[in-house]
Write a protein that binds this ligand. Structure first.
Ligand code: GLA
Length: 385
């Protein structure tokens, strides 16, 4: 009898030891799963059931992403007292994302971020007519850009930090673009409070691609406040002046001595109302800056003095569209109460230059069969006391 119970104890101990060992081996996966929550978000008019994925890093910073438009609906960052607050604009009702999202809040933008003049371009001798949705031009892909699409989302189980993999396949001819485009976007939330966005795409026929992310930031944590008190620095000596419909006129203009000079940090509102033809055309800033250097590098920094929040942007792209929220018009509720008024958010959309398919002097946005489109942008948050 004694011998049997002794054996049983040994077996039990071995089992406990074995189980623990197994758990240790699986630790990274377990940790990642703990840092991911999935919940129901809503149902679109087409009947797609939309889920919300919440990633959390070791500091408690959170990013929320939905599988409609790959939209970031919330992103928190600490202030100088360590308080985490939401710093991205968004709607309060899911259907406002599903029924048009007129400001492109938080969305993944494709197949071509920014504008293409007269909704057409020529590639390998063939002219393509694409969706016209912004006066005479195409903006952010077309009427039903990637920001309105259902993206497949799965967590990346063996990643170092909590990561979501989003995929979407755009059919050949969708919105007039040639080539079936297979797109993958990884959202990673690192432990140094950075949101990394890695984009990849391949095509079965020559096409044009320019993917970006359209989050609007307001580092105050209060979406009723304007962003004109945020201090911005952009590593760019030149920008692209535009015509009345915000298409670059082809000139690469020095920022020196103009309201477009952000080489030294200054409040966004400092020169925004200056008597300047380009500012009038954009109703404020809505232009592409030609970024200095190449490869992955720090390209911009934003500092909100009151909260102490700092956002640094790193990218391997040649340009950034700095947009000061000039079309925000108070029609929707904000997540912190009040309405989404004029200039209560700004975007720093990293990308190739607008209208590149029609402007031979700009870096090419063409993607051929067999090539891989690959680009990365990082939004990194910290504090300055
Ligand atoms: C981009 C454009 C702006 C505006 C916004 C969406 O940033 O450059 O002109 O259309 O998208 O409101």
């Amino acid at each position: 009898m004694k011998k049997i119970s002794y054996n049983l104890i040994i077996i039990a101990l071995l089992c406990i030891f074995g189980c623990n060992k197994k758990e240790n081996n699986n630790q990274p996966q377990k940790e990642n799963m703990e840092n991911l929550q999935v919940s129901d978000y809503g149902v679109t008019a087409k009947g797609d059931s939309i889920k919300k994925y919440t990633l959390t890093n070791k500091n408690g910073m959170k990013v929320e992403v939905i599988n409609f438009g790959g939209i970031i609906t919330s992103l928190t960052a600490p202030d100088k007292n360590g308080k985490y607050e939401d710093v991205v604009l968004g709607f309060t009702k899911p259907e406002d994302y599903f029924n048009g999202n007129p400001y492109y809040f938080g969305a993944l933008i494709g197949r071509y971020g920014n504008r293409i003049a007269n909704a057409k371009f020529t590639l390998e001798g063939k002219t393509y007519d694409i969706d016209k949705n912004d006066g005479p031009n195409t903006l952010h892909g077309g009427k039903e850009g990637f920001h309105t699409k259902f993206w497949n989302i799965e967590p990346v189980k063996d990643a170092k930090f909590p990561t979501l993999k989003l995929t979407y396949t755009s059919a050949d001819g969708e919105e007039g673009y040639p080539g079936k485009l297979s797109t993958t976007v990884l959202y990673t939330l690192t432990d140094d409070n950075a949101l990394e966005i890695a984009y990849e795409a391949t095509t079965d026929k020559a096409t044009v691609v320019n993917l970006t992310q359209h989050s609007y930031f307001n580092l105050s944590g209060n979406f009723t406040k304007t962003i004109t008190d945020h201090e911005l620095q952009i590593n760019a000596d030149k920008f692209l002046p535009v015509n009345e419909t915000l298409i670059p006129i082809g000139e690469q203009k020095s920022v020196k001595g103009s309201p477009f000079d952000f080489t030294i940090s200054k409040p966004i509102g400092k020169d925004i109302n200056a008597d300047d033809d380009q500012l009038k055309k954009g109703k404020g800033y809505d232009h592409n800056w030609i970024l200095s250097g190449s490869g992955m590098r720090s390209i911009a920094k934003v500092y909100h003095p009151k909260s102490g929040r700092v956002m640094e942007v790193l990218t391997d792209e040649p340009g950034v569209q700095f947009y000061s929220g000039n079309f925000l018009d108070g029609k929707f509720d904000t997540k912190t109460g009040g309405k989404n008024e004029f200039r209560t958010g700004f975007c720093l959309e990293t990308q190739h230059f607008p209208d590149s398919p029609n402007q031979a002097s700009f870096p090419s946005t063409e993607l051929k069969q067999g090539q891989k489109y690959q680009t990365k942008t990082i939004y990194k948050f910290s504090v300055k006391k």
